[in-house]
Design a protein around this ligand. Structure first.
Ligand code: ZN
Ligand code: ZN
Length: 770
């Protein structure tokens, strides 16, 4: 007798070698039937003689996945069997109307491919475009759906007979590997001079060997990669790194570094199990880790004044071979002028990088979609993705409640990433960056159009930030025939955490970041909300400070520090005794004081990020920053891990809003600073104060409103000390949630906008509300 089961699997199961793996598993187990892709995942019909065999098969399906696959849902139903098939086959894809097509995310080179390119006897020895069903480009080469060779930028490379044989053989690791190629038939590399465009080098060795020699001699190279161009130089050569900074107009923002392998990473940073898994996982993001004391191998100029280092491992065969040839860590930073989007078009790169790169390592495979390197940190032993792009995009996020109508969320102004959704699927687009210039805006429009095409989603609802002047808001207003919903920035942050964890609320949302447009027209960012998807109530906030000169106060934190000091000391602040003001002209100090007194061009802001700026500026004596968040990072790193006492603070209640008042904190910290207390102590006590004050308010909200889960969200929760401190402080009374694969900062906000807009559309019956 034969029994059968129809098995449906959802998750990351397409483009990752899942079907060939199921095929082998089934054959080994002696089952018959078939496996195929449908539009939403993989379906299997499996037949065996006993229930036990089928149970065992299911158990192995769940337990032994291919490296990049992930099962989100697996369901099965018994099949009525008249006659079972004689063998197990891979059946053609089933296209079903309503289901979403999917494009897989790009996958880092697998171990088997890495072994082949390192093997002098292999036909793919040193071949920079080696891939298989477990690894290689996906999203960045896709031009259309279904994801098939003909609809990728590999279509222009007809396979040689040997590659074709691999591609057609279900037993081969390259069965239906769309980017399959070899040196005979696939893309090729050239090392091109900056100038006449001719080949460079001494002619000895292939393009990669010559590129490695240039890098080792101190040159700066533009390298065409997977989702865009990198600028690379020898990370151990201080002069090269300084030169790259000069040419790229980048003052102090840390550069990412690529190292050969985990052992090389271990020499530079302190890492645990979670960091290792993240570095070597399928997405291969940049992982920010504490720098090892005395790890002199990497030049200080790579990450000036920073105690951390962002590392990544080689994720394409090109990187593997290059890193092997160079034999030292390389700076690998996005190929752009600072503030512009990463270059991905060849001509564009040649033009824009002409003043930066000494030579170009270029290949002839077109990059269809841009995807920057993703970035992650580890907090409390778990990864937090802070920039979600290459390797994650356009991965599916399953929503707890399906959207009423297909929707687009436009994202935030800074670190923009948009999000598309239909049914119970939400899909982030790639990292766009700051939407403050024409190039970024054009890239934004193009990326939205492309992802809508891939997913066959025509948005009927568009969610956008409340800020009237953001380019993303203007984009939303410019789209015809849609229902538009404006979503408050911090509500969106909390909702993004809700959606990531499959919750609907109500919850207590702690949303700490730099700036976001509040419903009262002021700038928010130190908010405690009671929220669900449909709405929120602002129950507490940090006492606002005045930002003299608006955005200039963000570039010059001494202005915020002055406002904070004058507020705390009632105009009698000891600025003459603080080194911060040594290099600020008296006239500017007077001007800022006048602006604040007159309340002219000095908006109120309650952002926790502004407090980090001000305290960091005072403690570290740094009046100016060269990038947003610089002082917040430095202040976190300065904090002494062994110091756990908070400073005094106050909580006041006014008009149904609790205000966390840090004026007592300012006074106590200045006292300590002037009596010679170490900066490490000050920074630690500042963190502890923010944790203690926030925990107090959250507990008070819990007492008056009932205990609810607590969501920690907003860019400040990339700060590991703040996130883990608050999570620990609240753990005994609340279920505390932090972000994981959805960024806590503005790069994750679009998911929240999406689900808030959906709740709004439902409650208003789909009436346009903006
Ligand atoms: Zn592979
Ligand atoms: Zn070939």
């Amino acid at each position: 007798m034969t029994i059968g089961r129809h098995i449906e699997i959802r998750g990351v199961v397409q483009g990752v070698g899942f079907r060939p793996w199921v095929y082998k598993l089934a054959r080994t187990a002696g089952l018959t039937g078939s496996v195929s892709n449908d539009a939403a995942g993989v379906v299997i019909d499996a037949f065996a003689a006993t229930e036990h065999e089928l149970d065992a098969f299911l158990a192995r399906l769940r337990a032994e996945l291919p490296p990049a696959a992930r099962i989100e849902r697996l369901s099965w139903a018994a099949l009525a069997v008249a006659q079972s098939p004689r063998s197990f086959e891979i059946a053609p894809s089933r296209a079903e109307g309503e289901r979403r097509p999917s494009i897989p995310a790009d996958l880092a080179t697998c171990e088997a491919c890495a072994r082949e390119i390192a093997d002098p006897r292999d036909r793919r020895h040193r071949y920079a475009f080696t891939s298989c069903t477990h690894c290689g480009p996906r999203f960045t080469i896709a031009l259309d759906v279904p994801y098939d060779r003909a609809t990728t930028t590999m279509a222009t490379f007809p396979m040689c007979p040997e590659c074709q044989r691999e591609y057609d053989d279900p037993d081969d690791r390259r069965f239906h590997a769309q980017p399959n190629a070899c040196p005979r038939c696939g893309p090729t590399l050239r090392l091109v001079s900056n100038g006449d465009g001719g080949e460079v080098g001494d002619g000895d060795g292939d393009a990669l060997r010559r590129a490695a020699r240039l890098l080792a001699s101190g040159k700066i190279l533009a390298i065409k990669g997977l989702g865009g161009w990198h600028l690379a130089c020898d990370a151990t050569n201080a002069e090269s790194v300084a030169e790259l900074r000069r040419r790229k107009h980048r003052d102090e923002k840390p550069f990412a570094v690529m190292v050969k392998d985990l052992a090389a990473a271990e020499r530079l940073v302190q890492m645990g199990e979670a960091e290792r898994d993240l570095l070597a996982g399928p997405a291969h993001p940049i992982v920010i880790m504490p720098r090892r004391e005395g790890a002199g191998e990497v030049a200080l100029e790579v990450a000036p004044q920073s105690g951390t280092l962002g590392l990544m491992l080689p994720y394409t065969p090109l990187h593997h071979v290059l890193m092997g040839d160079v034999g030292r860590p390389l700076v690998m930073t996005s190929g752009n002028l600072d503030s512009e989007p990463i270059a991905c078009d060849d001509d564009d790169a040649f033009e824009r990088l002409a003043l930066i790169a000494d030579a170009f390592l270029v290949h002839d495979r077109v990059i269809a979609s841009r995807a920057d390197d993703s970035v992650a940190v580890v907090a409390m032993g778990r990864p937090i993705v802070t920039r979600r792009s290459r390797g994650f995009v356009p991965g599916r996020i399953t929503l707890a409640r399906p959207l009423a109508r297909p929707s687009l969320a436009c994202g935030a102004h800074l670190k923009n990433a948009f999000c598309l959704g239909a049914g119970d699927g939400a899909y982030f687009g790639p990292h766009i960056g700051d939407l403050d210039n024409v190039a970024a805006y054009e890239g934004y429009e193009k990326a939205i159009e492309r992802l809508e095409g891939f997913l066959r989603i025509r948005p009927e609802v568009i969610a956008h930030d409340m800020h009237p002047d953001y380019l993303s808001t203007r984009y939303a207003l410019g789209r015809p025939d849609v229902t538009r919903v404006a979503v408050q920035h911090h509500h969106a942050h909390v909702a993004s955490a809700l959606a990531e964890h499959g919750l609907e609320g109500p919850v207590i949302g702690v949303a700490f970041d730099g700036t976001g447009f509040g419903t009262d027209g002021t700038s928010w960012g130190g908010e405690i909300l009671v929220a669900d998807l449909a709405g929120f109530e602002r129950v507490a906030s940090l006492r606002p400070v005045r930002l003299a000169g608006g955005d200039r106060a963000i570039e010059q934190p001494w202005r915020t520090a002055l406002a904070l000091l004058d507020d705390a000391f009632d105009g009698d602040s000891p600025i003459d005794r603080l080194s911060l003001f040594d290099h600020v002209p008296r006239s500017e100090i007077m001007a800022v004081r006048r602006m604040i007194a007159a309340e002219v061009h000095a908006p109120l802001a309650s952002g926790a990020g502004r407090y980090f700026d001000a305290f960091g500026a005072i403690g570290l004596g740094r009046p100016r920053v060269s990038f947003e968040g610089q002082l917040a990072m430095a202040w976190e790193q300065a904090a002494d891990p062994s110091e756990t006492r908070p400073y005094p603070y106050a909580v006041q209640s006014a008009e149904a809003l609790w205000r966390v008042d840090l004026r007592p904190t300012v006074r106590a910290a200045i006292d300590e600073l002037l009596s010679g207390r170490s900066i490490g102590t000050l920074a630690a006590r500042f963190h502890e104060t923010l944790v203690a004050a926030t925990a107090d308010v959250v507990r008070a909200v819990g007492r008056s409103r009932g205990t609810m889960p607590v969501m920690l969200t907003g860019g400040c929760f990339q700060n590991v000390r703040l996130a883990s401190g608050l999570a620990r402080a609240l753990a005994s009374d609340f279920a505390v949630y932090v972000h994981g694969h959805v960024p806590p900062g503005d790069g994750g906000i679009a998911l929240g906008q999406l689900v808030v807009a959906d709740a709004g559309v439902r409650s208003r019956g789909g009436v346009a509300c903006v």
